[in-house]
Design a protein around this ligand. Structure first.
Ligand SMILES: NC(=O)c1ccc[n+]([C@@H]2O[C@H](COP(=O)([O-])OP(=O)(O)OC[C@H]3O[C@@H](n4cnc5c(N)ncnc54)[C@H](O)[C@@H]3O)[C@@H](O)[C@H]2O)c1
Length: 271
């Protein structure tokens, strides 16, 4: 059900790869709620062509940008403002990639060149997006920027590897930049810490099936789905959450504050 929460708002959505992507689900919900959007992804991801289906449904242009290249981001903001005929109201950073995880390197055997690329793509990129927008004055007063993160930034998850370090940095960037952008333009910057969700990036983590099943059993409400995530993000882009900034917001069915659940104890009791 739509409530027109984003009527008149204009947003840029990074990271819709296929219909399972958190960004894909969010793009659909934002448009349902009345927003106009621009879609963007790395040129290599766009070559898959999937995003054109989403672009058609959302009546959105697709503007390529690699989040590690400042000129790409400048071009993205310039073209988006031309398209909208004005500044942007919200940005979703839904980008992540772990080179070591992808190449099967464990946390005790990291390739540091891979690690630097992971940090650049998954964490520093939020700073790059924010700094580009800040210097171009591309976001309207009271705008909202959200990046997606995972609780491995606070707790040890053995197979999440160097991505845990990237998420800790991502959350730190949101906090630190949130201060400066708040002072300058009342722009808010938050991270949303989402339940494990079966997407391309999520499923890349070793033993993802066990991981998602464990989280489901540990969360009083169960795991938050991609569509649940999209709903929550709509509220954060809307004017209903204007005073929320510099936060890491858990969207995980209660996982983060549960010590142990009966479902997990029952499963272990049977062993
Ligand atoms: N799926 C989960 O379990 C889960 C849980 C918590 C947080 N997250 C986070 O949500 C975000 C979105 O991931 P997803 O699960 O929807 O997976 P996904 O694979 O659908 O999305 C990841 C996106 O990052 C994009 N990307 C990678 N390198 C890029 C680059 N250099 N420039 C621009 N874009 C680039 C990919 O093309 C892809 O669209 C990520 O930050 C991820 O860490 C995912």
């Amino acid at each position: 059900m739509a409530h027109n929460l984003l009527k008149g708002k204009k947003g840029i959505i990074f990271g819709a790869l296929d219909e399972k992507s958190l960004a894909w689900r969010t793009a659909l919900r934002c448009v349902e709620e009345g927003a106009e959007i621009v879609l963007t992804n790395a040129p290599v991801a766009l070559r898959m062509g999937e995003i054109n289906k989403l672009a058609e449904i959302c009546k959105a242009p697709v503007i390529p940008a690699d989040v590690t290249i400042t000129d790409d981001l400048k071009n993205l903001f310039t073209k988006s403002m031309e398209h909208f005929g004005g500044k942007i109201d919200f940005v979703l950073h839904s980008v992540g990639m772990s080179l070591n995880v992808r190449k099967g390197r464990s946390y005790t055997d990291l390739d540091y060149d891979f690690s630097l690329k992971t940090l650049n793509i998954s964490a520093l990129s939020l700073h790059r997006v924010l700094q580009t927008a800040y210097q171009m004055d591309a976001i309207n007063d009271w705008g909202s920027v959200v990046a997606l993160t995972y609780i491995a930034a606070q707790r040890a998850f053995p197979d999440y590897s160097e991505m845990a370090d990237a998420k800790a940095m991502l959350e730190s960037v949101a906090r630190s930049f949130g201060y400066h952008y708040g002072i300058k333009n009342k722009v808010r910057v938050n991270t949303v810490s989402q339940s494990p969700t079966p997407t391309t990036a999520g499923s890349g983590v070793k033993g993802f099936g066990g991981f998602i099943g464990y989280a489901e059993k540990m969360s009083p409400l169960g795991n938050a789905s991609a569509d649940n995530c999209a709903d929550y993000l709509v509220t954060l882009f809307s004017d209903m959450t204007r005073m929320v900034t510099m936060q890491n917001l858990y969207h995980d069915g209660g996982f983060s504050f549960t010590g142990v659940s009966n479902a997990i104890m029952d499963a272990l009791d049977k062993e």
